[in-house]
Design a protein around this ligand. Structure first.
Ligand SMILES: *[C@@H]1O[C@H](CO)[C@@H](O)[C@H](O)[C@H]1NC(C)=O
Ligand SMILES: *[C@@H]1O[C@H](CO)[C@@H](O)[C@H](O)[C@H]1NC(C)=O
Ligand SMILES: *[C@@H]1O[C@H](CO)[C@@H](O)[C@H](O)[C@H]1NC(C)=O
Ligand SMILES: *[C@@H]1O[C@H](CO)[C@@H](O)[C@H](O)[C@H]1NC(C)=O
Ligand SMILES: *[C@@H]1O[C@H](CO)[C@@H](O)[C@H](O)[C@H]1NC(C)=O
Length: 346
């Protein structure tokens, strides 16, 4: 009886203009003087910790972000979406999420996490997103759930990627490893059959990772120490459109002929390397960044066939500034070949 009365009263108070977001709804109630947790609290699987907010209308979400917490609070088993980002959590022990086996999203980014128990995430069979970015990790945590689709580990101090780190992650689509201290990923990426975005920029890679997944759409390897590209590097991909390798140690010698003469690529960034020649690219490429290399000549044949001028380049943007050529080095017949280019910087 009483509950029904409260509901009717709530309905009248909120009217048709009630905010959509449950969290917003909760704060609007609180601002009207309703005490936290007094309304329709769902305690299935344990109470909401006092320091967090668990909106009664969205009982599977727990908001604990930006509260200065130093440890993971108890997470009731009903929870699917848990927000713990921007705190001062230093560790995730084995039992931290013992009851939270239904988690779908777990946000732990912007903490000080330096240690993770070997079983900390092991029982989360439905976990879809795990964000551990901006922490103090030195290796990829063990036994991550194979159900993950979006795994973010960027801005840590990760130096080690164990061979089985991503084993069985058939559905992993996004993997962010950028801004760590990785020297080699070994064969850890093998078998990531759904991976479309790999960001491994800002590491200490000396070579292109082996066994790159065939479904990759974006490959970011800039700001590493890569000096050579393997033969037929781009031959195995079916969807690759964006390749970024700026700020590496690439030389002409390290790039086999026709490496980038493959159709499908839309953007190629080789800026801030040590190239002396313009590599041959496919006529389908649209954006080519070659600024800040040591390029000494403008070779039109890198873009177009001299035999078939009708097969012109689709380049829209070509950056050649910061090299050893000037506008005089660009032959007039380039206008025919590079007719789509709205921007050529020399
Ligand atoms: C957590 O799970 C354990 C084991 O499943 C159970 O015994 C315990 O009651 C749960 N804790 C709460 C607060 O629900
Ligand atoms: C995490 O890293 C920061 C900055 O690198 C450092 O100041 C802090 O002491 C580290 N904390 C832990 C728990 O390792
Ligand atoms: C990948 O997703 C499919 C479809 O949602 C699911 O059946 C399968 O179990 C998932 N694989 C893993 C390793 O979780
Ligand atoms: C680029 O590849 C095509 C075949 O895909 C070939 O016809 C063409 O000659 C190559 N360009 C150069 C400069 O080797
Ligand atoms: C245009 O040239 C590219 C190589 O640069 C080749 O792969 C493609 O088949 C050619 N297209 C036509 C229509 O001749």
């Amino acid at each position: 009886m009483r509950l029904a009365a409260v509901l009717v009263l709530l309905g009248a108070l909120l009217g048709p203009a009630a905010p959509q977001d449950p969290f917003q709804w909760l704060s609007s109630l609180r601002s009207r003087g309703y005490p936290e947790g007094s309304l329709l609290a769902d305690n299935t699987g344990g109470d909401c910790p006092e320091v967090c907010d668990c909106p009664p209308t969205f009982p599977v979400a727990m908001y604990c972000d930006s509260r200065g917490m130093t440890a993971v609070p108890f997470v009731p088993s009903r929870m699917k979406y848990v927000y713990l980002q921007h705190n001062r959590i230093t560790a995730v022990p084995d039992g931290a999420f013992a009851n939270a086996t239904n988690l779908v999203w777990l946000m732990l980014h912007e903490n000080h996490i330096a240690s993770v128990g070997k079983k900390a995430f092991a029982k989360m069979a439905r976990l879809d997103r795990l964000y551990l970015s901006h922490n103090n990790l030195t290796k990829v945590p063990a036994n991550l759930p194979s159900s993950l689709r979006d795994l973010r580990l960027e801005h840590n101090g990760i130096a080690k990627v164990p061979a089985g780190a991503f084993a069985g992650m058939d559905n992993l689509t996004i993997l962010l490893l950028n801004d760590n201290a990785i020297q080699d990923v070994g064969a850890a990426l093998k078998g990531l059959n759904s991976l479309t975005l790999l960001d491994a920029s800002g590491n200490q890679l000396k070579k292109v990772p082996e066994s790159l997944p065939e479904m990759l759409h974006q490959l970011y390897l800039e700001s590493n120490a890569i000096d050579a590209i393997p033969t037929n590097f781009l031959g195995g991909f079916t969807q690759l459109q964006y390749v970024r390798m700026a700020h590496n140690q690439l030389t002409d010698k390290g790039i086999p002929a026709n490496t980038f003469n493959v159709s499908g690529l839309v953007e190629l960034d080789l800026s801030f390397n040590k190239l002396e020649r313009i590599p041959t690219v496919s006529t389908t490429l649209e954006h080519l960044y070659l600024q800040a290399n040591q390029i000494k000549e403008f070779s039109l044949g890198s873009f177009c066939s001299v035999v078939d001028v009708m097969n012109f380049s689709k380049l829209k943007v070509l950056r050649l500034d910061g090299n050893e050529i000037s506008l005089q080095d660009v032959p007039t017949e380039s206008a025919l070949c590079l007719r789509m280019a709205g921007e050529i910087a020399v």
